[in-house]
Design a protein around this ligand. Structure first.
Ligand code: TRP
Length: 350
């Protein structure tokens, strides 16, 4: 298995990011490591591998501030390492240090079809009524995403539900390229399978249970930041919006109580239990009991993460070294596939 996935660098990393994509990546990395150890114990030589990258090249498809992008990229790299992505186990890098991504994107541009890109829902949503005013990069964004995974012969790509369509496009591009330019017994590209995590926790704002927890919410009280200290976390949990009712014994009882459901969901995600299981313990209790329990659980989980995160942010050299090493590893894996692509297309290179 070769797992490849990317995440756009955004600043202000919060609990929603951690309990969503990031924790899932850490699990994939650790599962892969276990599988490698088990195979080695049996004398096998199969090598499963994870590559995780910061999609900084994708970030320029929308209006952006260069200083923010740079800061966001470093912050996201620090957050990934702090949350458990181990550069000794996984290849961790940013696209901009691996020029093969941009190169392959251009080469795939001959295969991708305007009609395919025009059907992408993310393009339609982001462009809205103003398609003519969008950047070319926003339109070709999914071709770069295809290059991201095809470059490494990815077999599996963990993504959120919203990215499944882009993955299908990557498969279509790979298939057409193989058909048009490779022989059946020697395809240039592997068709990647998406892995959509079964129940990625959806974490909502602490001030409004109908809105996702977001870095762009004007109220900092609406989110738990990975950089928050214990006092801030406790304060935010205590002030989180709730209702006066005690917790019910089952999830059904939270149907019209989005804020209460959110807090229980956070507790469940942190402890790897189901919402029903948590309600089995706390059903009948009020928030005077539940909030301190949740706060402590959050503080315990985030303490090592925010310590490492803040430490890395202050050690720019260490961070640069991690990304440089990851990029060197990524380039090495990328080069043969990129070479095969040039060759298949009949492009002459010395
Ligand atoms: N488009 C993805 C997102 O917004 C990020 C991404 C870029 C990605 N390249 C990728 C995800 C390749 C998986 C594989 O979430």
């Amino acid at each position: 298995m070769r797992v490849v996935s990317g995440i756009q660098p955004t600043g202000n990393l919060h609990l929603g990011n951690y309990l969503g994509a990031i924790r899932n990546w850490v699990r994939m990395q650790d599962d892969m490591e276990d599988a490698n150890l088990a195979q080695a114990a049996e004398g096998g030589s199969a090598h499963n591998q994870c590559l995780f990258f910061l999609a900084d090249l994708h970030a320029i498809s929308m209006p952006h501030d260069p200083a923010e992008l740079k800061k966001g990229t470093l912050e996201m790299a620090a957050a990934l390492v702090a949350c458990g992505i181990d550069p000794a186990k996984s290849v961790l890098f940013n696209q901009a240090q691996v020029p093969q991504h941009a190169e392959l994107q251009w080469l795939l541009g001959g295969t991708a079809r305007m009609g395919w890109l025009n059907r992408m829902t993310q393009w339609k949503d982001k462009a809205g009524k103003n398609r003519e005013g969008q950047s070319v990069a926003l339109f070709t964004y999914p071709v770069l995403q295809a290059a991201d995974v095809l470059l490494y012969q990815a077999t599996h790509v963990p993504v959120g539900e919203d990215q499944k369509q882009h993955l299908e496009l990557a498969r279509d591009i790979a298939q057409k390229f193989n058909n048009d330019f490779a022989s059946e017994d020697a395809p240039v590209f592997t068709l990647p399978d998406p892995i959509v995590p079964p129940q990625a926790a959806r974490i909502m704002s602490l001030r409004d249970g109908s809105k996702k927890m977001s870095k762009s919410d004007v109220s900092d009280m609406s989110r738990i930041n990975l950089a928050d200290n214990a006092d801030e976390v406790m304060k935010k949990v205590k002030k989180a919006k709730t209702d006066p009712e005690p917790l019910p014994g089952e999830e059904k009882g939270l149907e019209d109580r989005p804020e209460a459901l959110n807090l229980v969901t956070i507790y469940a995600a942190l402890t790897d239990r189901s919402v029903n299981d948590v309600l089995g313990e706390f059903g009948g209790e009020g928030f005077g009991t539940f909030k301190p329990a949740l706060g402590e659980m959050l503080v315990e989980t985030l303490r090592p993460i925010s310590a490492r995160f803040n430490e890395l942010l202050e050690d720019r050299e260490a961070l640069d070294a991690i990304l440089a090493r990851g990029a060197a590893q990524a380039r090495e894996i990328a080069v043969p596939t990129l070479g095969a692509t040039y060759e298949a297309l009949g492009l002459v290179r010395g």
